[in-house]
Design a binder for this molecule. Structure first.
Ligand code: PMP
Length: 444
């Protein structure tokens, strides 16, 4: 009997006891291929020696020292590593314990930036529907995931939500990808004008939408147009790369592929690869100067910011990614996985779309491929696929579903960057069987 409040208690969870490369092993010796990196976290698999050794060494030297008294070497080195590789203009970092904290930090940085500049009317955030930015109240308010928000609506600050850039469902048949990207971005300008440009502080978006839509990259040109609109009205662009950043899409920052530099970018999951809980909020030098040079400093903080052992783990993760050429492998296996899925599901009556970048791939399931009609929410198709996959020894992340009534069920794949061709085969075989088994259950 568990004494933990788990997300769901209907089906008891297996007990994870060991890790071996991309596999998690449970207490009865069953092996699960981690095709989703948990929730796009475990980019190095589950037994990376150099990371484990680096954390042990830091624990021996100094586990933690509070940042109101000290900085520490791994935090400084990790900040240097990330800012040297970040898009031009990003100069400083704030380390936290996860994605929600990174985003809360981003929103507060944006607010204090305008406060310090004397633009105190600027407090509004514009974000997108079908997005996820975390479960703390601020991040939940900015997120546009109807299902996750429902219970907490009365507690949430007011945020505007525009349409996401989601070509599979929103691009018109007579429209090019580029024209669609322009049209989707124009919704931001319309909303800024509706609110009054002087009241808006930031536009927030996931560079590649993860948990809510299942690895949906923006149409070409979308983010460049978004950047222009933000600049025109003096609004900050905050990109949430908690899921899509740190190499997941084949480049360290997902936005490199969109050709834009945000004012603030957040990351977490792949930063520490699950070896330690850590997130980061990276900012431009303009924001840093406006806040750091002010007499009051940044009006924010958590007990575990810049945690030495967490930073040592993340630094070892990032060094391993470079030393082992894992971004190359991520791109290579990402292409292999997308092609293998494409072949396996080409004729499948219920696979509507396969999309993504690098090893961040979404499969959207639909009741009818012609009309794109989703399965009914009560069919709980994505939960069934997850259960069937677990029975077969495969971890995949069921995303979205039909809770918001405007998209199909999605399966998110985000395996570790260390996978080989044999793992790709295992993922596709087991996923195809899980999808067919789940659909057969729904039909029965
Ligand atoms: N932003 C995005 C894009 C995410 O995918 C997540 C987690 N799924 C978060 C923020 C929140 O991160 P955490 O759960 O670490 O607080």
């Amino acid at each position: 009997m568990t004494r933990i409040l788990h997300r769901q208690t209907r089906i008891p969870l297996p007990v994870a006891v060991a890790g071996e490369g991309p596999y998690v092993i449970d207490s009865v010796g069953r092996r699960y291929l981690d095709a989703s990196g948990g929730a796009a976290v475990s980019c190095l698999g589950h037994s990376h020696r150099s990371v484990i050794e680096a954390i042990k060494a830091q624990l021996d030297a100094l586990p933690y020292a509070h940042t109101s008294f000290f900085t520490n070497e791994p935090a400084e080195a990790l900040a240097e590593h990330l800012t040297q590789r970040a898009p031009a203009g990003i100069s400083h970092v704030y380390f936290v314990s996860g994605g929600s904290e990174a985003n809360e930090t981003a929103f507060k940085l944006a607010r204090q930036y305008f406060w310090n500049r004397g633009e105190r009317e600027r407090s509004r955030i514009i974000a997108r529907r079908q997005s996820y930015h975390g479960n703390t109240l601020g991040a939940l308010a900015v997120g546009g995931n109807a299902g996750r928000r429902a219970v907490y609506e009365p507690l949430l600050i007011e945020v505007s939500h525009i349409e996401p850039c989601y070509a599979y469902r929103h691009r018109r048949d007579d429209e090019s990808e580029g024209a669609y990207g322009e049209r989707a971005a124009a919704a931001l300008e319309a909303e800024i004008l509706r609110l009054g440009p002087g009241t808006v502080m930031a536009f927030v978006a996931e560079t590649v939408v993860g948990a809510t839509l299942g690895a949906v990259p923006a149409a070409p040109g979308y983010f460049r147009r978004i950047r222009e609109i933000c600049d025109r009205y003096g609004i900050l662009l905050i990109l949430d790369e908690v899921m899509s950043g740190m190499g997941r899409t084949g480049t360290l920052f997902a936005c490199e592929q969109d050709g834009v530099t945000p004012d603030i970018v957040t990351c977490a999951k792949g930063l520490g690869a699950g070896y330690q809980p850590i997130g980061a909020c990276l900012m431009s030098s303009t924001i840093y100067d406006t806040i750091a040079l002010s007499p009051e400093g940044f009006q924010h903080g958590f007990t575990y910011i810049g945690h030495a052992s967490a930073c040592a783990g993340a630094l070892a993760v990032q060094r391993a990614i470079e030393a082992e050429g894992l971004l190359d492998n991520c791109r290579k296996q990402g292409i292999r996985l997308a092609e293998a899925l494409g072949q396996r599901f080409a004729q499948h009556a219920h696979v509507g779309d396969i999309r993504g970048r690098g090893l961040f791939i979404g499969v959207e399931l639909v009741a009818d491929r012609e009309t794109k009609q989703p399965f009914a929410a009560q069919d709980r198709l994505n939960a069934r696929v997850k259960a069937k996959a677990m029975e077969a020894g495969l971890m995949c992340y069921p995303a979205g579903g039909t809770a918001d009534g405007v998209s199909g069920d999605h399966i998110l794949l985000a395996p570790p960057f260390i996978i080989a061709a044999s793992h790709v085969e295992e993922i596709v075989d087991k996923l195809a069987a899980a999808v067919d088994g789940a659909i057969a259950e729904v039909r029965a």
